[in-house]
Design a protein around this ligand. Structure first.
Ligand code: SAM
Length: 358
C-alpha cells in the first residue's frame, strides 16, 4: 500500500461519511451515527478478533468471542459492511465476515499504524464536548465547564483530569505521527539542526521520526512533568539515547538553547497573545542561525477549506483556547516574534510545516 493511500485513509473514512453533501447529511445516516458504528466495532474488539483469526467468522462466533448479543452483533457487522469497514461472504451456513486490508492496518489495535486510540479519544472525549458546540459558538469559548463540570482556566489541567484521560490523549496524538510524521519532518531539510527541542513533544512520535530521518540529531521532549513521566515509562525506549526529556512549563520555566524548536500542534491550542509569548521566548533562547518548525493543519488563505482544518478549528473552540490559522497568520506571528526567512510547505496530508529562522 502506498504512503499516500496510508495517510489518506482517515480522510477517506471521514469524507465517505461526510461527503460535504447536504443531501447525505440530511437524508442518510447522520455522520455521528456512522462514526459510532466504527467506534463501537473498535471498542468491542471486532477488528482485533478478525485480524487474529486470519479468516472469516460468522456473527455467532464473533458475538460469542466478544461476549455480546447475537442480534446486536449481527446488525453491527452488517452496518460495518455497509460502511466498507468489513467484507462479507455468503456461505451455505450463513454470512461470514472479515476485515478489509485497511481495517487490518488502521482499526486493529495491534497494527503499527493503528488509529484505535485516536478513535477512542474522539468517541469518549471529543464528541462528548461536541454536544455543546451550540454553546461554544454562543459563548466563543471551550465547554469544559458544561461537559465535565470543571474549570477550563488551565486547559491542560482539564485535558489531563485523570491519568487515564491523559494516557488516552497521548496515545491518540501519537497515532497520527505513525502515518503522517515522516511527511512533516521531511518537509524541510532539518539536517543542519542537531540540537532539537520538541516543545510540548508529548509521547514522542515526532521525535522518533526526527531521529530516524536525521542521524546526527538529538531531540529533547519538553513537556509538563506528568506527561514526561508517562512518555518515559510507556512510549520511548530507555535504549533510545538520542531522545532525552525535559520537564517544564514552557510559559513559566526557562527554555534551553537549541538549534531548532519543534512546535507541533501547539500554537493551535492558544490565542494569539499566548502564541506571541511563547514564540518570543523561543526566539530569545534560539541559537543564531537556528529556527522554529511549526507543524499545523493549515487553512486556505481565504478560509474556504480544507474541510479538516475548518473542523479542527471548531474542535479548538469547543476544547481549547486557540484555532487553526492560515499560512499568513502563522507567518505574521513568527515575524512579530523576530523570526525571518519564513517558508511554508504544504505536505498534501493533514499536517503542514512552516520554518522560521533566527
Ligand atoms: N506536539 C505533540 C503532538 O503533536 O503530538 C503534542 C501536541 S498537544 C496538542 C499539546 C502538548 O503541549 C501536550 O503534550 C501538552 O502536554 C503540552 N503542553 C501544554 N501546555 C504546556 C506547557 N505549559 N508547557 C509544556 N508543555 C505543554
Amino acid at each position: 500500500m502506498s504512503s499516500t493511500q496510508d495517510c489518506d485513509y482517515p480522510r477517506i473514512l471521514f469524507q465517505y461519511n461526510n461527503g460535504g453533501h447536504l443531501h447525505f447529511l440530511l437524508f442518510h445516516c447522520p455522520t455521528l451515527v456512522c462514526f459510532h458504528i466504527m467506534f463501537t466495532a473498535c471498542e468491542l474488539g471486532v477488528f482485533d478478533l478478525l485480524l487474529e483469526s486470519e479468516g472469516s467468522l460468522s456473527s455467532d462466533a464473533i458475538a460469542e468471542h466478544l461476549g455480546t448479543s447475537v442480534s446486536g452483533m449481527e446488525r453491527l457487522l452488517d452496518a460495518c459492511v455497509g460502511l466498507k469497514l468489513l467484507e462479507v461472504e455468503m456461505k451455505s451456513e450463513g454470512a461470514f465476515y472479515r476485515n478489509t486490508e485497511l481495517s487490518n492496518l488502521y482499526l486493529a489495535k495491534s497494527s503499527l499504524k493503528s488509529q484505535y486510540h485516536r478513535l477512542m479519544y474522539y468517541s469518549k472525549t471529543v464528541y462528548f464536548c461536541w454536544q455543546y458546540l451550540t454553546d461554544a459558538v454562543r459563548d466563543g469559548k471551550n465547554q469544559y465547564e458544561r461537559a465535565f463540570g470543571m474549570s477550563s482556566e488551565d486547559i491542560f489541567g482539564a485535558f489531563y483530569r485523570s491519568e487515564k484521560e491523559m494516557i488516552q490523549f497521548m496515545y491518540s496524538l501519537n497515532a497520527f505521527w505513525s502515518i503522517c510524521g515522516r511527511d512533516v519532518i521531511a518537509a524541510f531539510d532539518l539536517s543542519p539542526f542537531t540540537v532539537i527541542y520538541d516543545l510540548g513533544g508529548c509521547a514522542g512520535g515526532l521525535a522518533q521520526e526526527c531521529i530516524s530521518l536525521y542521524p546526527k540529531s538529538t531531540v529533547t521532549i519538553y513537556d509538563l512533568p506528568k506527561v514526561v513521566q508517562v512518555a518515559k515509562e510507556r512510549f520511548v525506549s530507555p535504549e533510545e539515547r538520542r531522545i532525552t526529556f525535559h520537564e517544564g512549563d514552557f510559559f513559566k520555566d526557562p527554555i534551553p538553547e537549541a538549534d531548532l524548536y519543534i512546535l507541533a500542534r501547539i500554537l493551535h491550542d492558544w490565542a494569539d497573545d499566548k502564541c506571541m509569548q511563547l514564540l518570543t521566548k523561543i526566539y530569545k533562547a534560539c541559537k543564531p542561525g537556528g529556527g522554529v518548525l511549526l507543524v499545523e493543519t493549515l487553512l486556505n488563505e481565504d478560509k474556504t477549506g480544507p474541510l479538516e482544518a475548518q473542523l479542527y478549528s471548531l474542535i479548538m473552540l469547543v476544547q481549547a483556547e486557540g484555532k487553526e490559522r492560515t499560512p499568513t497568520e502563522y507567518s505574521k506571528l513568527l515575524a512579530a516574534a523576530g523570526f525571518r526567512e519564513i517558508q511554508v510547505k504544504k505536505t498534501g496530508k493533514l499536517y503542514d510545516a512552516i520554518l522560521g529562522r533566527k
